[in-house]
Design a protein around this ligand. Structure first.
Ligand SMILES: [Zn+2]
Length: 343
């Protein structure tokens, strides 16, 4: 299996930056990448490549041009405004009943961002751009005939919508990979948190089936999306499936729900499958609340890999740093020898 990464991920590191006199604390740190990469190397999952540059066009297939312009220039604009280097954090938020799109920089901060937990620092754009390029490189690998590929994306992407960011996510890597593929696409999001950005991007699109298993939005982030009733709209009605799960869910119950999702995906007859893989479902994850074991994660990987569909795996969350390598290895091993049998 082919694996793609980018060393540019280190350019995005908000840990400890000064926000109005306080050091910023986050779980989304570069060490996550190091842990995953070493786990993959030790377990010899596959060939590891640096992502290639596919340019901005495939990112524009998912994201709003004004939003991308904002992300690209926000740090510089903020620094110019304050006359000193300063990370971008919104002060106000545009509840989406707002009646106008803001022209001012201050207005844009709260229009494009939906939380304060994802500051934009000097290297955020470049890191997010290259994270998307990892996803595109992995999509290209399956387009060329690989049965499975993996993108070690950092920062993650599934909370980013066409024109909003939050939850550590700036560009939606899974959506960018899905749009780069041809035919019918199924996206399965197994991150602990609901993939609200991905859901919104494809909500009216019958050519992309979105299935998500996640913490119930009454219990955890992102709170405003992820209920069972959200089933798509217009032509996309009936192509969005959410399975909000209780806190403390264990392997067997989780696997039962996963089975249901995999049945939907098989029935949909997708040409390609994109997995938003978040390892924050692991027991003890500081950001999670499920009790999935390493063996459980291996079984989840095994069952997904058994589907006869070329599969692109996109890294999302996972914050138990010392266990991320073993999580990635156990989840990915079943994909290592995956083959698509043609009849
Ligand atoms: Zn997550």
């Amino acid at each position: 299996m082919q694996i793609f990464y980018s060393k540019h991920h280190v350019l995005h590191n908000p840990q400890g930056i000064d926000i109005d006199g306080c050091p910023f604390v986050t779980e989304e740190i570069p060490e996550r990448f190091d842990s995953i990469l070493s786990g993959i190397q030790e377990s010899q999952i596959g060939e590891i490549h640096e992502a290639s540059d596919n340019g901005l066009a495939p990112i524009l297939n998912v994201h709003d041009a004004g939003y991308l312009h904002y992300l690209q220039h926000a740090y510089q604009d903020n620094t110019t405004y304050y006359g000193k280097e300063k990370p971008v954090v919104p002060e106000t938020f545009a509840i989406r009943t707002a009646r106008r799109k803001p022209q001012s920089f201050f207005g844009k901060k709260g229009y494009y961002g939906f939380g304060i937990g994802s500051p934009i620092v000097e290297g955020t754009w470049e890191a997010a751009y290259w994270s998307a390029q990892c996803a595109l490189s992995a999509a290209n690998a399956v387009k060329k005939g690989a049965a499975a590929s993996y993108a070690l994306c950092r920062p993650p992407g599934h909370h980013a919508g066409a024109d909003f960011y939050g939850g550590f996510c700036y560009l939606n890597n899974a959506a960018i990979a899905a749009r780069a593929l041809d035919g019918k696409i199924a996206i399965l999001d197994i991150d602990y948190h609901h993939g609200n950005g991905t859901q919104e991007i494809f909500y009216a699109d019958p050519n992309v089936l979105f299935c998500s298993l996640h913490a119930h939005p009454d219990d955890d982030y992102p709170f405003y999306w992820g209920s069972k009733e959200e089933s798509g709209e217009a032509k996309g009605l009936g192509y969005n499936f959410n399975w909000p799960l209780p806190q403390g869910i264990r392997d067997l119950d989780y696997l039962q729900v996963l089975h249901e999702a995999l049945e939907f995906i098989l029935e949909y007859r997708a040409n390609y499958l994109v997995i938003s893989a978040g390892f924050d479902i692991l027991e003890g994850d500081p950001s999670g609340g499920f009790l999935i074991t390493i063996d459980g994660l291996a079984e989840i990987g095994k069952r997904i890999a058994a589907l006869p569909i070329p599969t692109v795996i996109i890294q999302e969350g996972g914050y138990k740093i010392d266990k991320l390598g073993i999580c990635a290895a156990n989840f990915l091993i079943p994909f290592r020898d995956k083959q698509i049998l043609t009849t």
